[in-house]
Design a protein around this ligand. Structure first.
Ligand SMILES: *[C@@H]1O[C@H](CO)[C@@H](O)[C@H](O)[C@H]1NC(C)=O
Length: 386
C-alpha cells in the first residue's frame, strides 16, 4: 500500500467497467458520467437511512443555485459512479432548506464535504475534483493503522517524507496499548498515517522500545518520541495534535484549504519549488536543511508548493503575487489581502544558500520583512469569486 495511493486510485478507475465513450485503448479507459443519478438529496426524513446505506457516506453541504452547484454535482456524480462498488454513498444537504439536518449531522461549513464512517466524521478540506476526492476516499476506506513487517516495508516506511507519520511498537493486536494507539489513529485518519510493528527486528532498527511511539514531522530524519510510555488514546492524540503543524509542510490538493487556513499570525511563508526541476530540487534541499535546523521553533512553518501539483493555479498565483513561477521563489503572504513580499533573486542561478535563507526567515519572523513595508496600492483583488 505504501506510497501507492495514486496507483490504487488509478486501479479503481480501471476496474469499474463503465461504457467506453470514445473508443479509448482497452485497459486505459477514463470514466465519464454515465448519466445515472447516484447522489442522494439528503433531508430530515431520509438522512438516517442514507447513513446506514453504505459503510462510508460522503455528504456535501451546499447552498442551492448557481453554476457552482452544477459543478459540484458533476464532481460528486462521477466520484459516486467510480466508487459505487466500494461501498461509498454520496449525498447533498441543502444548507437552507435542511439547515436542521445539517446541524444534527454536525455539518457547519458550506461547500465542505463531511465523510461519515462508523462513529467517525472526517471533514474533507481539499480540492473539489473527482480525482482528488476519489483518492482521498480510497484512503478513508483503508484501516487507520498500517502494519510494518520486514525490511522492504521498513524501507517503504522510511521513504515517506512529505507526510507526517506515527509509528509504535507493540506486542500484538490484543495489546491494550495497541488498542489505544489504534483509537488515536482513527481520529487523524487519513490525514496523518499511523503505522505499527510487532516485529522486534523492525523495532530495533527504528530504536523503538516496547509500547514506545515515535512521531515524525514531514522531511525530518529524527522523530519525536512520546514521553513515558505507555500512553492512552487521549495522550497520544494530544501529542500528535501539538506537533502536527510542521516546520516544512507541502501543500496538497486533498488538504489545501485546511493547510491554508492554518496561518501563523495572519501570514504564511510560502516557497514555490518544482521538485522535478534541477533548480527547484536544489532550492528544496536547502529549504529542508533550514527546516531541520529550526524544527524546534514553533513560530516557523513554511508551506512548500510544487506548482506542478496545481497547474490551474499557476497563472493566478503569478498574477496575484507578481512572480515568475518557472523558477523557485520564497516569500511572505498576508492571508487577509494576499499582499506579499518575495526574496529577491536575480535569476535561477542566484538561489540563496542555507545561511542566506535562514537570515531572511529570521528577518521575517522578527517583523523586519513584512508585507506592509511597500504598501503602494496596485494589488490585484485576490479573492474575486468564492
Ligand atoms: C494583513 O493585511 C491586513 C489588511 O490589509 C492588515 O490589516 C494586517 O495588518 C496585515 N497583517 C500582517 C501580519 O501584516
Amino acid at each position: 500500500m505504501l506510497g501507492c495511493r495514486w496507483l490504487l486510485a488509478l486501479l479503481a478507475l480501471l476496474t469499474v467497467g463503465f461504457p467506453n465513450p470514445g473508443g479509448a485503448e482497452e485497459g486505459l479507459r477514463f470514466p465519464s458520467h454515465d448519466g445515472a443519478p447516484r447522489v442522494l438529496s439528503v433531508t430530515a426524513s431520509n438522512y438516517r437511512a442514507a447513513l446506514r446505506g453504505s459503510p462510508v457516506v460522503a455528504l456535501l453541504l451546499h447552498r442551492p443555485g448557481g453554476t457552482r452547484r452544477e459543478r459540484e454535482e458533476r464532481v460528486l456524480e462521477l466520484a459516486a459512479q467510480v466508487l459505487e462498488d466500494k461501498g461509498v454513498g454520496f449525498g447533498f444537504v441543502d444548507a437552507e432548506k435542511d439547515a436542521a439536518t445539517a446541524q444534527k449531522l454536525g455539518m457547519t461549513e458550506e461547500n465542505s464535504i463531511y465523510i461519515f464512517k462508523g462513529d467517525e466524521v472526517i471533514e474533507y478540506d481539499g480540492e473539489l475534483s473527482a480525482d482528488t476526492l476519489v483518492e482521498f476516499l480510497l484512503d478513508v476506506l483503508e484501516d487507520p493503522v498500517e502494519f510494518i513487517e520486514g525490511d522492504h516495508e521498513l524501507r517503504a516506511f522510511e521513504n515517506i517524507e512529505e507526510d507526517p507519520k506515527v509509528i509504535g511498537y507493540f506486542k500484538g493486536v490484543e495489546s491494550e496499548y495497541f488498542k489505544a494507539f489504534s483509537a488515536a489513529a482513527a481520529e487523524f485518519h487519513p490525514y496523518i498515517p499511523f503505522f505499527a510493528t510487532f516485529d522486534p527486528k523492525v523495532a530495533r532498527k527504528l530504536t523503538l522500545k516496547l509500547n514506545e511511539i515515535d512521531f515524525y514531522e514531514p522531511f525530518m530524519e529524527e522523530p519525536l518520541t512520546l514521553p513515558t510510555p505507555p500512553q492512552g488514546k487521549e495522550e497520544i492524540a494530544a501529542f500528535v495534535e501539538e506537533h502536527k503543524r510542521a516546520t516544512l509542510r507541502k501543500l496538497k490538493p486533498e488538504s489545501m484549504y485546511e493547510t491554508w487556513e492554518d496561518d501563523i499570525d495572519g501570514i504564511h511563508i510560502v516557497a514555490f519549488a518544482e521538485e522535478d526541476d534541477p533548480d527547484g530540487f536544489e532550492f528544496l534541499e536547502t529549504l529542508k536543511e533550514v527546516a531541520r535546523d529550526n524544527t524546534d521553533n514553533p513560530e516557523l512553518s513554511i508551506i512548500w508548493i510544487d506548482p506542478e501539483d496545481f497547474p490551474l493555479l499557476i497563472p493566478f498565483w503569478e498574477k496575484t503575487f507578481g512572480i515568475d513561477l518557472s523558477r523557485p521563489q520564497i516569500g511572505v503572504v498576508n492571508v487577509t489581502d494576499a499582499d506579499s513580499v518575495w526574496l529577491p533573486m536575480a535569476d535561477e542561478d542566484d538561489l540563496p544558500d542555507a545561511a542566506e535563507l535562514e537570515e531572511w526567515i529570521e528577518d521575517v519572523l522578527e517583523g523586519e520583512i513584512s508585507t506592509e513595508d511597500d504598501d503602494d496600492d496596485n494589488d490585484d483583488d485576490a479573492d474575486d469569486d468564492d
